[in-house]
Ligand binder design. Sequence first.
Ligand code: ZN
Ligand code: ZN
Length: 164
Amino acid sequence: MLPSFRYHPDPLATGSVVPSDAPCDCCGQRRGFAYAGPVFAVTDPAGALCPWCLADGSAAERYEAQFTEVEGRVPMDVRLEADRRTPGFHGWQQERWLTHCGDAAAFLGRAGAADMKRRPDALADLTAEYGEEFCAALDADGQPTAYLFACLHCDRHLAYADFT
Ligand SMILES: [Zn+2]
Ligand SMILES: [Zn+2]
């Protein structure tokens, strides 16, 4: 069982955590999983990081690292948990972590056109920003890609899109 991440509920499904036999550079243990997302650190880890060292903040502390950057105004405890104790994800461009209802949103993963059709509220946002043709070309495994989030307080889904 992986540690639970409030803002990234299924990091195995999103590809931010992968099965791995590598020892964690932070705790030295082989936990069977490694973090596969971005690390923004003062001191780069020499090897893999396990999701447990992300969850308990030891990786953030040891490497002066964060794994994403929440945008907008959120309380400091939210920012610390989302930026420093939550697996980030790789985008085509600088990643964004969306917020809603004064809290960081939960990242659900990359989404293609068919996925976005099931989230009409978030699709409406994308269509307003990028247009229908762009949204029809969204591809979870290619580009452009949408990044889907869910608010933890209301029913709203959120998304942004990018490409190289
Ligand atoms: Zn570890
Ligand atoms: Zn909300």
